[in-house]
Ligand binder design. Structure first.
Ligand code: ADP
Ligand code: MG
Length: 234
């Protein structure tokens, strides 16, 4: 694999694999959205992870900060939700992304923004602490949501309180920054959330360090995961 280093992001080596070269192929609208957002070549973690998640495999990914993990899970998530045979009903949650902090959750939501147009039938919602939960609960009851992005604390609370949300058809769960999720003490909420999700789903776990706790979480939440390990090049 030829690697081109971008000095502003020391860990972001680009491969010579284009998003349009990946197999199974990504859909045309998603490829167009990637190009419009300025993404043409994959980073190593993207080239390795996207085909796996797109072909029904669970993945446990260990790659340094800055290696491009966000698109490594957003691209397959968008592709998988796009493939759904019929549009979800308003309260059917099809995708769930758990991230350790309010800031990181908002960042993911912002990176995902240009791709929401590829999913006109999917309503995304950002769910983080800091503001009162009542507003989130009322809004979700009234309007529903098909993709939840947020912190485990707020997402668990919402699952407890909004009975109309239906997770039975969930396609994909992403645990981003799994090492930090556990450092911040979210183990219990994550386990409770996973208990309420269907077993037949895809799960991606992303981490910058491989700890014993991450390994435990991977055992509890993933099915025969493929390990993807990308070490920063010297
Ligand atoms: P990580 O989650 O692994 O820390 P990010 O997903 O936040 O890394 O990506 C780090 C930076 O690399 C971001 O600025 C992002 O826009 C950029 N980036 C990611 N993938 C690509 C790509 N395929 N081409 C160009 N830049 C990319
Ligand atoms: Mg990240």
């Amino acid at each position: 694999m030829t690697a081109v280093m971008d000095s502003s992001y020391p860990n972001k080596a680009l491969t010579n694999t284009r998003f349009s070269d990946l197999k199974p192929p990504l859909s045309e609208p998603l490829l167009e959205a990637l190009i419009t957002a300025g993404f043409e070549l994959c980073t190593p973690v993207q080239a390795a992870t996207i085909p796996l998640l797109c072909s029904f495999k669970d993945v446990a990914v260990d790659a340094a900060t800055g290696s491009g993990k966000t698109l490594a899970f957003l691209v397959p998530l968008v592709e998988i939700l796009r493939r759904a045979s019929k549009p979800p009903s308003p309260h059917q949650v099809m995708g769930l992304i758990l991230s350790p902090t309010r800031e990181l959750s908002s960042q993911i939501y912002n990176v995902a923004q240009p791709f929401f147009s590829v999913l006109p039938n999917v309503k995304p919602v950002l769910l983080v602490g800091g503001s009162g939960i009542k507003a989130d609960v009322n809004k979700l009851e009234a309007e529903g949501a098909n993709l939840l992005i947020g912190t485990p604390g707020r997402i668990y609370d919402v699952m407890e309180r909004v009975e109309s949300l239906d997770f039975r058809n969930l396609e994909i769960l992403i645990l981003d920054e799994a090492d930090r999720l556990l450092e911040l003490g979210f183990q219990k909420q994550i386990t409770s959330i996973i208990c309420r999700l269907p077993k037949l789903r895809r799960t991606g776990l992303f981490s910058a360090t491989q700890t014993e706790a991450v390994e435990e979480l991977s055992k509890a939440g993933l099915r025969n995961p493929v390990r993807v390990e990308v070490r920063a090049e010297a």
